[in-house]
Design a binder for this molecule. Structure first.
Ligand code: NAD
Length: 476
C-alpha cells in the first residue's frame, strides 16, 4: 500500500494545509485500493504559488549552463529509479510491464534529454535591426496532467519549464498519482532549488485553483476537452496563457496502393496500445469501400493476436484505467452495435477467462459511417472503427469531418499522393507509413484538440514571453 499523502512545496514534503483528505488510488487490474494521495485545496495551491513566486526571482536569472547541469542531475536520478517508476505506472494505470518501462517511463526520460539538447542552442535572444528580441521565462506555471501517459506528460511540461527558467506547480492526475510522486522525489534528490518545482495532488478542485490563481502566469493542461475548456474559462479573468493538449479522433487513411497487411496490422496495434488510451490513437481507419471485406479479415486476424491480461505479465494489453472508463467503453461498444456497425472482433463484456479488473476485449467495427457515435466520440478504449470511402476527395472529407485535429495517419506508396493528402488534412501531426518522429517533433492539435505545441523547441516557446528592446544596438 502506497501512502503518498504529503505535498512537495518549497523544497520540503509537507502535510496538506487543511489536514489530509485521502483519495483512494485503485489498481485497475485487481480493482483493489493500491494506496492514497491527499486532495489538495485552494490553500495548498496558494502555498505552492507563493513558493514558486519567491523562487522565480532567482531561478529566472540562472544561466543556460546551470539549468543544463540541473537537468542532467535529474536525468541521472531518473535513470536510477526507472524500474520503480515503471512499476508504479503499471500499478496505477495498468500499462503492461514492458510498455510501462520502455514507452511510458522511457518517454519521460526522452523529454528530459530532449530539453538538454534544445537548451544548448535555444535562442533566448536575437537581433532584428537595432531591436533585441529576448525570450524570458513566463513566470510561475501551473501544470495539470492526465493518467494515460503520466510521466510522458509530466516530463514534457516540467523539463521545458525548468529549462526556460520558470518555476511551477504540478498537479498530476488523481487517478494515477504514484509515478508523479516518485518523479517529485527524483527532483528533490537531484537538488532542484526550493520552490522551483512544487507538487500538489488532488482532483478538479486543485486543478481549478491553479487555473484561476492570480500568481500563476500560465497553465499547461493535458486532458479531456471538457476539462480543458473549464480550465480556459477559469483562467480567463487573470489573462494568463493557457496551453491545451486535449482529445482526438484521429483518421488513418489507407490509399488504394498501400501495403494493406502492414497498414492494417500497424493500425490495430496502435489503437490497442495502452488499451486504446492515447489521445493520438488512429481510431478511424478509412479504407476504399470495395476493400472493406479484405480489411475486415486482416483486422480480425490482427485483433486476435492482441493478448489481454495481468499487466505484471508479458501481455500486449492490460486493463483500462478505471471503472468509469470501463463503463464508458462498454456503453460505446453497445452503441456501435445498436447504430448498425458490423462487429468483427471483440465486443461487450470481459475477455474470456477474466473475471475481475477493468479489462476490455480488443474490439473492431467495420461498415462504420462518420455520423455514428463511435466515429464521432473519443472512446479512449481499445475500439477501432473502419469506414469506407469511394473517392480520394471523400476520404479527405471524412478524415476532416471531426471536432478534433490532433493526429492523422496515411498509408500509400505514391509519394506525391500521400504528400498531397497530408497537405489536405487538418491535424497537428500527420504520420506517413507509420513514421513516428521523435521527442523533438512538435506535439499538439488543431480545432478542439487544443492550443499550442509541446515537445522540443516548440515546447520551450510555450514557457517564454517575448520582449522587444528597441534601440538596443544604438544605446549609448
Ligand atoms: P481529465 O480531463 O478528466 O483530467 C485531466 C486532468 O485535469 C487531471 O489532473 C484532473 O484532475 C484535472 N481536472 C479535471 N477537471 C478539471 C477542472 N475543471 N479544472 C482543472 N483541472 C481539472 O482527463 P483524463 O481522464 O485524466 O485524461 C483523458 C483525456 O485526456 C482524454 O480525453 C484524452 O484524449 C486526453 N489526453 C490528451 C492528450 C493530448 O496531448 N492531446 C494527451 C493525453 C490525454
Amino acid at each position: 500500500m502506497r501512502e503518498y499523502t504529503k505535498f512537495y512545496i518549497d523544497g520540503a514534503w509537507v502535510d496538506p494545509a487543511g489536514g489530509a483528505q485521502l483519495l483512494d488510488v485503485i489498481n485497475p487490474a485487481t480493482e483493489e485500493v493500491a494506496g492514497h494521495v491527499s486532495a489538495g485545496t485552494a490553500a495548498d495551491v496558494d502555498r505552492a504559488a507563493a513558493a514558486a513566486r519567491r523562487a522565480f526571482a532567482s531561478w529566472a536569472v540562472t544561466t543556460r549552463e546551470e539549468r543544463i547541469d540541473l537537468l542532467q542531475r535529474i536525468i541521472a536520478e531518473y535513470k536510477r529509479r526507472e524500474i520503480e517508476i515503471a512499476d508504479a505506472i503499471t500499478e496505477e494505470m495498468g500499462a503492461p510491464r514492458s510498455l510501462a518501462l520502455r514507452a511510458q517511463t522511457g518517454s519521460g526520460l526522452a523529454h528530459l534529454e530532449a530539453a538538454v539538447a534544445v537548451l544548448r542552442n535555444y535562442a533566448f535572444a536575437e537581433e532584428q535591426g537595432t531591436t533585441r528580441i529576448v525570450r524570458e521565462p513566463i513566470g510561475v506555471c501551473g501544470l495539470i496532467t492526465p493518467w494515460n501517459w503520466p510521466l510522458n506528460q509530466i516530463a514534457c511540461k516540467v523539463a521545458p519549464a525548468i529549462a526556460t527558467g520558470c518555476t511551477m506547480i504540478l498537479k498530476p492526475s488523481e487517478i494515477a498519482p504514484f509515478s508523479a510522486y516518485l518523479f517529485a522525489e527524483v527532483l528533490d534528490a537531484a537538488g532542484v532549488p526550493a520552490g522551483v518545482f512544487n507538487l500538489v495532488n488532488g482532483g478538479a478542485a486543485a486543478g481549478a485553483a491553479i487555473a484561476s490563481h492570480p500568481q500563476v502566469d500560465m497553465v499547461s493542461f493535458t486532458g479531456s476537452t471538457r476539462a480543458g475548456i473549464e480550465v480556459a474559462i477559469a483562467a480567463a479573468p487573470t489573462v494568463k496563457r493557457v496551453s491545451q493538449e486535449l482529445g482526438g479522433k484521429s483518421p488513418n487513411i489507407l490509399l488504394e496502393d498501400a501495403d494493406y497487411p502492414t497498414a492494417v496490422a500497424a493500425g490495430i496495434r496502435q489503437v490497442m496500445n495502452n488499451s486504446g488510451q492515447s489521445c493520438n490513437a488512429p481510431t478511424r481507419m478509412i479504407v476504399p469501400k470495395a476493400r472493406m471485406m479484405e480489411v475486415s479479415r486482416l483486422a480480425r486476424d490482427a485483433a486476435a493476436a492482441i493478448s489481454v491480461g495481468d499487466p505484471a505479465t508479458d501481455v500486449s494489453m492490460g486493463p483500462v484505467v478505471s471503472a468509469t472508463q470501463w463503463g464508458k467503453v462498454q456503453r460505446l461498444i453497445k452503441k456501435g452495435m445498436d447504430e448498425g456497425a458490423t462487429l468483427i472482433a471483440g465486443g461487450p463484456g470481459l475477455p474470456d477467462g477474466i473475471d475481475k479488473g477493468y479489462f476490455v476485449r480488443p474490439t473492431v467495427f467495420a461498415d462504420v459511417t462518420n455520423g455514428m457515435t463511435i466515429a464521432r466520440e473519443e472512446i479512449f478504449g481499445p475500439v477501432l472503427s473502419i469506414l469506407g470511402y469511394e473517392t480520394l476527395d471523400q476520404a479527405c472529407e471524412i478524415a476532416n469531418d471531426t471536432d478534433y485535429g490532433l493526429a492523422a495517419y496515411i498509408w500509400g506508396t505514391d509519394p506525391s499522393q500521400i504528400r498531397e493528402v497530408a497537405a489536405r488534412l487538418r491535424a497537428g501531426r500527420v504520420s506517413l507509413n507509420g513514421s513516428t518522429g521523435d521527442s523533438l517533433t512538435p506535439f499538439g492539435g488543431y480545432k478542439m484538440s487544443g492550443n499550442g505545441r509541446e515537445w522540443g523547441a516548440f515546447g520551450f516557446d510555450e514557457y517564454v514571453e517575448i520582449k522587444a528592446v528597441m534601440g538596443f544596438s544604438n544605446a549609448p
